[in-house]
Design a protein around this ligand. Sequence first.
Ligand code: ASP
Length: 343
Amino acid sequence: MPLMPTLPTLTAVAAVLLAPGLEAAAAAATAPTALVIHGGAGVITREQLSVNDERAIRADLDAALDAGDAVLNAGGSALDAVTAAVVVLEDSPWFNAGKGAVFTADGGHELDAAIMEGHTRRAGAVTGVRTVRHPVRLARAVMEHTRHVFLAAEGAEAFADTRPEIERVGNDWFNTERRRQQLEAAREREQRQAAGDDVTPVPGAHFGTVGAVALDANGHIAVATSTGGMTNKRWGRIGDAPVIGAGTYANDQCGISGTGWGEFYLRAVAAHAICARVALRGDPIAAAADDVINNVIPALGGDGGAIGLDARGTIVMPFNTAGMYRGWIHPDGRRGTAVFREP
Ligand code: ASP
């Protein structure tokens, strides 16, 4: 006759069954965290950047690292950490996202952003928004409060109207004098090109996008990217940044945020291409990111960089341009910021 298990027996069985999982959870909860951010890749040389400007840019990168790291140190999620870091970068006039976004051909601003959580593969994105101070927050609201992933232009604005926590500003709030001069330069260049006497690409037309990738104490990865796109863009042009897989991607082993000439990142499905090399081929993330950024993208004719990390907190920051604004905090606490190829 089968014996009815007594309560203590059940408790003991449950303890044995649960123990490995609990141990794993306890170990994971104390695992080291990591954070990496970028403020765009491009023609950034020592000759073009004054010492004072470099100092100001690195201070804002540091502030973004502080914001993300505070979340991670308090045991917060990678999702909260990348949101916090990108909000700081969106508020900085130095980067092409939020305040300081580049101008469109008609003299306005159209902002793109995306966010993704690796272990759940949840994602949210917006494109062509004109009145949202922190597009990354709207992307996150799309992820958390709709059944959709990607909202565009008027629809995204209408959704923002339903979310009181999303701060709104007039489109000219994003104006900065530096970006206006870049628009003027791009227009002049375009006229010369139309006249057939200058066919070189506009330098700096596409850099300054911001992004962050974080690994939290539970071993979860999240990524966020935010941008004004390319100077002088028209016809509702959408780059790679808000397109899941192109400029922004995460799974449970890999997270990537790209920055560069978006048309080429779209065609290479760059961020996903890096994480796919890790997942399917077993490439170390450094080899995977190097291959896509230094081989695949240039072979297509594009340029730019990317930041990312894997589930162990291995940080990568490859770029094929003169410079990339970047900052990092390794799992062992080593921290820094850099602009040029040689830090
Ligand atoms: N990738 C962005 C875009 O093409 C630009 C950038 O990274 O700076 O919209």
